[in-house]
Design a binder for this molecule. Structure first.
Ligand code: ADP
Ligand code: MG
Length: 273
């Protein structure tokens, strides 16, 4: 078994330039609509450095849209959204806010790692090449540097013996761990996970959650959309329950998951547990 385990302790946490006490991610009254459909209807949330926020909520409640907004893959229609104190997708100049250019957006996204339900690895590249690509292209590392870093990260997610494997030769759980290593290779300050285990066979879920647990333990700031209540109980600092584009309840897992106040939270939990 190549059960995932961190090999070397790493330390994440506040990035250089991060102002003390400033949230890593802050949303205030964030609205997002598609045509006449309001998908996010005034979301407030704060994630401090080194904290893990678990986002719960039924299908269609807006979890993916919220994560995509944080990563500037979607533009917020109203409200304030900041990552490390900087407006997502907007730049200030001459006392006014301007939309970022595609290049500026890429710069902002480079600091935010995202892991999707589907791993989207390049099928014609080995695990090592998949992980080394971004650092070479975007961070400007040499091949040698990028591959050394990729090897270190793949070792950390328990895949030291799979460096030269192609995605098709890997299980879903192994592919998802490569995807996590690939996101980490960009040296993100925040990691976003959008239902990272829901496409996996049940027996492969644990190895991916273990990697995420290690990351949280090492101080990575994370927002995780998942239905894995056990993970939320064990790892989350805060749980937020999204329903109909609104956070209807949030707090420490010991409260929200054990003694939810809202009927809709109770109903949701009784379905996923
Ligand atoms: P979740 O991830 O919680 O399942 P989503 O954020 O994917 O929820 O979707 C929330 C709602 O927004 C759904 O009703 C979905 O159909 C709608 N939606 C998401 N993306 C788009 C889009 N690009 N265009 C129109 N509607 C969308
Ligand atoms: Mg989703």
């Amino acid at each position: 078994r190549d059960r995932a385990r961190a090999t070397a302790p790493a330390d994440y946490g506040t990035a250089p330039g991060h102002v003390d006490g400033e949230p890593m991610v802050r949303a205030e009254q964030v609205w997002k609509w598609f045509g006449s459909a309001d998908v996010l209807r005034g979301v407030d949330l704060t994630v401090h450095p080194r904290q893990t926020l678990v986002l719960l909520g039924p299908s269609g409640s807006g979890k993916s849209t919220l994560l995509r907004c944080v990563n500037a893959l979607e533009r917020v229609d109203s409200g304030l959204l900041e990552v490390e104190g900087r407006r997502v997708g907007l730049r200030e100049a001459g006392g006014r806010l301007h939309e970022m250019t595609e290049k500026e957006l890429c710069g902002q996204r480079a600091r935010i790692g995202m892991v999707f339900q589907r791993f989207n690895l390049f099928p014609h590249m080995t695990a090592l090449e998949n992980v080394a690509l971004g650092p070479r292209r975007v961070l400007g590392l040499s091949r040698g540097q990028a591959e050394a870093e990729a090897e270190r990260l793949l070792t950390r997610v328990g895949l030291r013996d799979k460096l030269d494997a192609y995605p098709a030769q890997l299980s879903g759980g192994q592919q998802q761990r490569v995807a996590i290593a690939r996101a980490l290779a960009m040296r993100p300050h925040v990691m976003l996970f959008d239902e990272p285990t829901s496409a996996l066979d049940p027996e492969l879920v644990g190895e991916v959650l273990d990697v995420m647990k290690d990351l949280a333990g090492q101080g990575m700031t994370m927002i995780v959309a998942t239905h894995e209540i056990g993970f939320a109980k064990e790892v989350a600092d805060t749980v937020a329950m999204l329903d109909g584009g609104v956070i209807i309840e949030s707090g420490p897992p010991g409260e929200c998951l054990v003694a939810p106040k809202e009927e809709r939270t109770k109903a949701f939990l009784s379905k996923v547990l």
